[in-house]
Design a protein around this ligand. Structure first.
Ligand code: ADP
Ligand code: ADP
Length: 225
């Protein structure tokens, strides 16, 4: 796992300032939940860390490396989105294996790693299916599998559970907490669901208009809202 440090990070879209100036550290191995109203800049923050949006100014350091000018694939981050865009023509196995194939991982090693991830996520019996033959919860698991199979130092989740029904959200939340204990990647998880935040987070970052309102443990925030 690697820490993520933002120093003086700013972001505007045209004349709209989304992040006036952000200084924050996500500690190595921690599960941080970013909470805040719609439009406060949560997605923008994640996309700047992943490299899908450029910073307006400032620095992002992952581990010991300054990454704000690096390509997404050079940053060691994996991201899971709300609309998990799987490859529809590929099987579950091939969806999960895809990034390994691109990275030149050998066939035998791909198989070992995909099967391990599938076991962790309860997907072993579905590896031969296409995404269209899966439930919403299973598809979300495939998206998570695809993200973790490369053993990223940083895992970024942008409202990954918001398309799931209440029961499935609950179950997936429990599994994510367990998964984090097992793989230990530094995790940043965006939501606007307070229950998700309280149950998943080692630390909660509350954003308002791109600025830090609170950054503390769930316990401290609960007792001092
Ligand atoms: P959140 O994830 O907290 O809902 P976002 O980071 O998606 O917030 O958006 C923050 C603000 O930036 C919003 O006002 C949104 O409309 C605006 N915004 C986001 N992406 C773009 C973009 N590509 N171009 C222009 N404005 C954008
Ligand atoms: P290659 O595609 O290079 O021939 P393999 O011989 O390992 O690779 O596998 C062929 C295809 O079989 C894989 O691309 C994948 O779609 C599928 N496959 C391999 N292992 C499994 C598995 N455990 N469950 C389901 N499908 C699998």
């Amino acid at each position: 796992a690697a820490s993520i440090r933002l120093g003086g990070v700013t972001k505007s879209y045209g004349r709209l300032t989304v992040i006036p100036r952000l200084d924050v550290e996500f500690r190595a191995g921690e599960f941080t939940v970013v909470l805040g109203p719609s439009g406060c800049g949560k997605s923008t923050l994640m996309q700047m860390i992943a490299g899908l949006e450029r910073v307006g100014g400032g620095r992002i350091v992952i581990g010991e490396r300054e990454v704000q000018d690096l390509e997404p694939k050079e940053r060691g981050c994996a991201m899971v989105f709300q609309n998990y865009a799987l490859y529809p023509h590929m099987t579950v196995f091939d969806n999960i294996a895809y990034s390994l194939r691109i990275a030149g991982v050998t066939k035998g090693e791909r198989r070992t790693r995909v099967e391990l991830v599938a076991r962790m996520l309860g997907l072993t019996d579905y590896l031969g299916r296409k995404p269209s033959q899966l439930s919403g919860g299973q598809r979300q698991r495939v998206a998570i599998g695809r993200a973790i199979v490369r053993e990223p130092a940083v895992l970024l989740f942008d409202e990954p559970l918001s398309n799931l029904d209440a029961q499935l959200r609950h179950d997936t939340r429990v599994e994510l907490a367990e998964l984090h204990r097992r793989i230990g990647a530094t995790t940043v998880f965006v939501t606007h669901d307070q229950v998700e935040a309280m149950t998943l987070a080692d630390r909660i970052l509350i954003l308002n208009k791109g600025e830090i309102e609170q950054y503390d443990t769930p316990k401290a925030i609960y007792h001092n809202p």
